[in-house]
Every structure is written in structure tokens, then in C-alpha cells.
Ligand binder design. Structure first.
Ligand SMILES: N[C@@H](CCC(=O)N[C@@H](CS)C(=O)NCC(=O)O)C(=O)O
Length: 245
């Protein structure tokens, strides 16, 4: 017998969802997928429903959630238009799933294979080399019961290093088209999944504990943060609709 995706414990709004359903919380990882959905809505009228959970109460470790995402972390999407419904875990995989299924004109991706690959490079870079380190700075400086200066310093240093990698790319230092506007794409680049994945983390530099002086080393990164913040869909993707009362 096929394992059941939904059980009696699954919240009604999750198991009764008919189309695309997002389970999230308004954290940087949640925001990456929230922004992508809001961009798709603005561009194509894409529709979905949302369940907000509170990771502080460990809903994401319950059996009903683990059936959708064995990793027990938000965000997760379930595509109920597939039979059986298809769950997707891991922000970047979710965004690439949405790109393929809903971005028919490649507005947030690329038709050209090399540009498409460049978009994957920067998406994976942040997924594997950015988010985990900045997340550890947040953990060791705010959540850890004991303040361990070595851990805080180690992860701060690595996060600043990866900010420097983004700065190299955005500055166009090793390219021939001058400073870039976005991480992936020819010339000055094009706003894509790579930016949506990275921005929700990097924009929180102050909250992570970096100073203005430290960020002065990354002028192109700061410009990029502001340019993306100015997008209406981005503000919606981090806004009220995702804030728990
Ligand atoms: N690699 C995962 C990371 C997801 C993740 O760490 N989510 C955090 C919130 S930003 C979470 O659910 N934390 C709760 C927990 O660890 O139990 C992804 O990209 O989706």
C-alpha cells in the first residue's frame, strides 16, 4: 500500500488544499519561496494557498510534517495538481520546481543553457555556502544558551567572506561589462531565482550583527540589496500576509 501523505493530524487547510500549497514561516528561507510565489503572481497571476506554522513550537518535527519533508524544516510546497500530490522540500529545489512549472516565459530564469547554468551556480552557492554560515552566526550570537566567541567569530568571518564573493560577482571585477545588477545572466545580469534565494539572507546583515563599517567593503552588494528591496513582489513576499499574529 502506498504511504499516506496526509493523515488525521495534518491540518485541514493543508490536506484540503486543491492546488499549490505553501507551508512556511517568515524567515529568510521561507521568504525566498514566498518572494518567488509573489513574483509569479505578479507576472502570471499564479495562485496558491498558504499555511503559516511556528517553528518555535516544533510543528515541523511532527509526523504530519515529516511526511511532506523528512528534513523537518520550512518552507515546503505541495503540488496538489499532481496525482498523488507532490511535496517539494529545500528552498532551491522548490524554486526550481516553481520555475519549471509556472514560469513559462522564463521571466525569472533563462532560456540560454549557459545563463541557466550560471543561475544554478549562484543559487547553489547561496544554498550551500551562504545560508548555512549566516544561519550559524544568527544561532551562535542570538539563540545559543552559551555565547561561544570562537563559534561566533568563525561563522561571522566565513559569512563576510561569502558576502565578498557576491561583491566580486556584482562588481564585475573579473568580467568585461562593468558592475552587474544581478547575480546571473549575460552583461549586467537579469533578476532571477539566484537573487531571490540570496536576498532574504543578505538583506538581514544588520540583524546578523554586522556593522555598517564591515559592510562598506561591499558597495555593489548594498546597492543590489536596495534594488531588490524596491520590488513590490519582494515586499509582499516578506510582508503582512506571512506575519503570524
Ligand atoms: N536547507 C533548507 C533549510 C531550511 C531551514 O533551515 N529552515 C529553518 C527556518 S529558516 C527551519 O525550519 N528551522 C527549524 C528547525 O530547524 O527545526 C532549505 O533551504 O529549505
Amino acid at each position: 500500500m502506498a504511504p499516506q501523505l496526509y493523515t488525521d493530524e495534518t491540518p485541514d487547510e493543508v490536506k484540503n488544499a486543491k492546488g499549490l500549497h505553501l507551508i512556511t514561516m517568515n524567515t529568510p528561507n521561507g521568504q525566498a519561496v514566498q518572494i518567488m510565489l509573489e513574483e509569479l503572481k505578479a507576472a502570471y497571476g499564479t495562485e496558491w494557498t498558504t499555511t503559516l506554522i511556528n517553528i518555535m513550537t516544533n510543528d515541523q518535527k511532527k509526523d504530519w510534517f515529516l511526511r511532506l519533508d523528512p528534513n523537518g524544516r520550512i518552507p515546503v510546497i505541495v503540488d496538489n495538481t499532481q496525482s498523488p500530490p507532490f511535496p517539494v522540500m529545500e528552498t532551491s529545489a522548490e524554486m526550481l520546481y516553481l520555475l519549471k512549472a509556472y514560469d513559462k516565459e522564463d521571466k525569472f530564469g533563462f532560456k540560454d543553457e549557459l545563463e541557466r547554468n550560471q543561475c544554478l551556480q549562484w543559487t547553489f552557492f547561496w544554498h550551500g555556502s551562504g545560508a548555512p554560515y549566516q544561519g550559524q552566526v544568527n544561532h551562535f550570537s542570538r539563540a545559543a544558551p552559551e555565547k561561544i566567541p570562537y563559534a561566533i567569530e568563525r561563522f561571522k568571518k566565513e559569512t563576510l567572506r561569502v558576502f565578498g564573493v557576491l561583491e566580486i560577482q556584482l562588481s564585475g571585477k573579473y568580467g568585461d561589462s562593468g558592475p552587474r545588477e544581478y547575480l546571473a545572466g549575460k552583461g549586467k545580469g537579469k533578476y532571477s531565482v539566484a537573487d531571490m534565494k540570496t536576498w532574504p539572507w543578505v538583506k538581514g546583515w544588520e540583524r546578523t550583527g554586522f556593522t555598517k563599517e564591515e559592510m562598506d567593503d561591499f558597495p555593489n552588494l548594498l546597492k543590489w540589496i536596495d534594488a531588490i528591496a524596491a520590488r513590490e513582489a519582494v515586499q509582499k513576499g516578506i510582508g503582512e500576509a506571512y506575519t503570524q499574529s
